[in-house]
Write a protein that binds this ligand. Structure first.
Ligand SMILES: [Fe+2]
Length: 194
């Protein structure tokens, strides 16, 4: 498989990831309690739609279709965000969970764009890397804006009263707790083998 084929594969993943976010961001915007956070999610939705169009331009350069691959990684990251939206925390604590989820999605995309840019630069495809760089800049700036807007929210959350530990209630939470113990046990086994 040539590097060009690997890059097209990665770009199809990015295309799926961006499309999944076009669907997920309105849910985060609706869910956010803090008006600045709400606005940031809405603004980033508009940017994300532009990033989808930019990827279409990249695929036009390759003369390929953008569809063909579902990004499982982004599906998982969005699933974590859905858990944050299901949280029964209130106000700033609830928003803190959304901030964590949003930062994960942004950094997942940053990693994806960085990889695609390195590959397109190696292939000497300047037109592709400059389009991807525009999206990378937007992702970095979105992550920074969320982090900055998050500071007073996290501070307010730190002053909120509430339970100190989350109680496992639903079947999904029980499954997640069991799996996390398995992760720990498997890691311990692997460490012993060394
Ligand atoms: Fe994006």
């Amino acid at each position: 498989m040539s590097l060009k084929v690997v890059l097209i594969d990665e770009l199809r993943d990015m295309y799926s990831a961006e499309n999944q976010l076009v669907k997920a961001l309105p849910k985060l915007a609706r869910g956010a309690k803090n008006p600045t956070l709400k606005l940031l999610f809405r603004e980033h939705l508009a940017e994300t739609k532009g990033q989808v169009d930019r990827l279409k331009q990249v695929f036009a350069i390759f003369g390929e279709k953008p569809t063909g691959q579902h990004c499982n990684g982004m599906e998982g990251v969005i699933e974590e965000g859905a858990d944050a939206l299901d949280n029964d925390e209130e106000g700033p604590s609830f928003d803190s969970g959304l901030i964590g989820a949003a930062l994960r999605t942004e950094h997942y995309e940053i990693a994806g764009y960085e990889a695609c840019i390195s590959m397109s630069e190696t292939l000497g495809m300047k037109d592709v890397s400059s389009l991807l760089n525009e999206s990378l800049k937007e992702e970095r700036s979105a992550a920074k804006k969320i982090k900055d807007a998050g500071k007073p929210i996290l501070k307010a959350a730190s002053q909120q009263q509430g339970e100190s530990a989350k109680k496992v209630k639903t079947g999904k939470e029980r499954y997640s707790a069991t799996k996390s113990k398995e992760d720990e046990r498997d890691a311990a086994r692997n460490l012993k083998r060394r």
